[in-house]
Design a protein around this ligand. Structure first.
Ligand SMILES: [Zn+2]
Length: 446
């Protein structure tokens, strides 16, 4: 179905997006970034492309990613490394907190959200509950603009949620009822569902393939048990309702009905993490492989050149489009800009009211989540050096932020060696940044 990737099927080589795509699928065997520093380097490269694409010389206010990890909060930029050399970061820089358009910030934000999601899932399973994953999508056409698709998709989702079928099957979320009871505001019109549901976490994502944009929604349903999975009648009713909601909103047509029944709706059970928790009473120490928490927080920000195979089609995430654009693909560049414009300001994860409170999970702004700071885990961090804003400008002009971080991970000698070569390097990029850009709490510590 839509969320499954059949690894036994060999990806075929096919043209996708102009010049870069011809080689992209041929390189599918290329390994993913292995180390934290390799991954960081790629994120900085992609972020620089996003900054170029979204910078508008005629605009009064630029997209926030344009100043991310460029603007300095105060007195130069500090360089931090893990004492074992496994990682490094900048201190005293401004983060943009854009989960959609900034590969550097998205990495921090989505990891924090994954942890929240996993915390809730673990607690719920230990409490005897079950987490199901529902996926909603629709047949799409190559020529439909993303803005139009999203508007219709959102109408379809509202129609589905407000339908009698949905309400009868899922009822009112019990965490919402509990929240209102705590506030002494008993709810009217509480519907007791056929299958008891504590609440839902919805995540929105979009990929792009041969047939254009492919928005889809995942919902993690916190259910009392797995009974819904064995009720063919309930699943058929939900499928039927979703297809009706799509048609009502102008997505899909009568001619596509059989495809819609087959592909537009999916519901499945727990992941290997749930199985592990059920068996051992705790989360696995090492996470590897697909999990529900990954699916709803991280799949939109996948990097690398390997597309995800859905049916016969390869799909690419917005950051993968950014990668093609970095290689010079103008079609991919235009698609990323279209995506960024449509998604900026939208929420990636939506928890139904009362659910975060139920699991004692705090609301944190994306911008706060994006600030890189020392983690309490070993190995500890140490301050390697602090460079002044003149040197920082040269780092930006030579587009060597990732290179400087790699040197920082190695230590002060590597940083000094890097800095010695900096003045004579070709200035290939804009060195635009703001000094003392905004008071930042980090400056008091770094
Ligand atoms: Zn950012």
């Amino acid at each position: 179905m839509q969320t499954s990737v059949n690894s036994s099927l060999k990806p075929k080589v096919q043209p996708f997006l102009g010049i870069s795509a011809k080689s992209s699928n041929a390189k599918v065997s290329k390994p993913k970034p292995q180390t934290a520093m390799e991954s960081k380097k790629l994120r900085y490269t992609l972020q620089r492309t996003a900054q170029s694409l979204l910078y508008d010389r005629n605009a009064l206010k630029q997209h926030r990613v344009c100043s991310c990890h460029r603007n300095v909060a105060s007195d130069g930029v500090s360089l931090w490394r893990k004492t074992d050399g496994s990682n490094a970061r900048f201190g005293n820089l401004i983060s943009c907190g854009s989960v959609w358009s900034c590969p550097v910030c998205a990495s921090k934000i989505t990891e924090s959200r994954r942890e929240d999601m996993q915390k809730a899932q673990t607690a719920w399973i230990l409490d005897g509950g079950s987490c199901l994953l529902m996926t909603l999508t629709f047949p799409h056409a190559a020529d439909m603009p993303l803005a139009e698709l999203l508007e219709k998709f959102s109408k379809a989702l509202d129609h589905y949620k407000n339908s009698r079928t949905y309400k009868r099957i899922f009822g009112t979320a019990t965490a919402l009822v509990a929240q209102n009871a705590r506030k002494n505001k008993p709810m009217k019109n509480v519907v007791e569902g056929e299958f008891q549901r504590l609440g839902t976490v919805r995540s929105m994502e979009v990929s792009h393939g041969e047939n254009g944009w492919h928005p889809h929604v995942h919902e993690v349903l916190f259910m009392g048990n797995d009974a819904l999975l064995s009720s063919t009648r309930a699943k058929d009713e939900l499928t039927q309702q979703w297809v009706e909601s799509l048609l009502k909103s102008g997505l899909g047509s009568r001619e596509q009905l059989s495809d819609m029944y087959q592909y537009a709706f999916d519901i499945r059970g727990g992941d290997y993490v749930s199985d592990y928790i059920n068996k051992f009473g705790r989360e696995p120490v090492k996470l590897n492989g697909w999990s529900i928490a990954h699916e709803v927080t991280k799949s939109n920000s996948k990097l690398g050149k390997q597309g995800r195979q859905i049916g016969k089609e390869f799909h690419y995430t917005p950051f993968q489009l950014l990668g093609f654009s970095t290689d010079g693909d103008e079609v991919a560049a235009a698609l990323f800009k279209e995506f960024s414009k449509c998604f900026e300001g939208k929420r990636m994860n939506y928890w139904t009211n009362g659910l975060k409170e139920w699991f004692s999970i705090n609301e944190t702004e994306d911008e706060d989540l994006a600030i890189e700071s020392d983690s309490p885990e070993e190995p500890k961090e140490e301050l390697v050096a602090r460079i002044d804003t003149f040197q920082w400008q040269n780092v930006l002009k030579t587009n060597t932020r990732a290179e400087l971080l790699i040197a920082t991970a190695k230590g002060i000698d590597a940083v000094n060696e890097f800095l010695q070569t900096l003045a004579t390097r070709p200035k290939t990029h804009s060195g635009l940044f703001l000094d003392r850009a905004r008071p930042d709490i980090n400056r008091f510590f770094h």
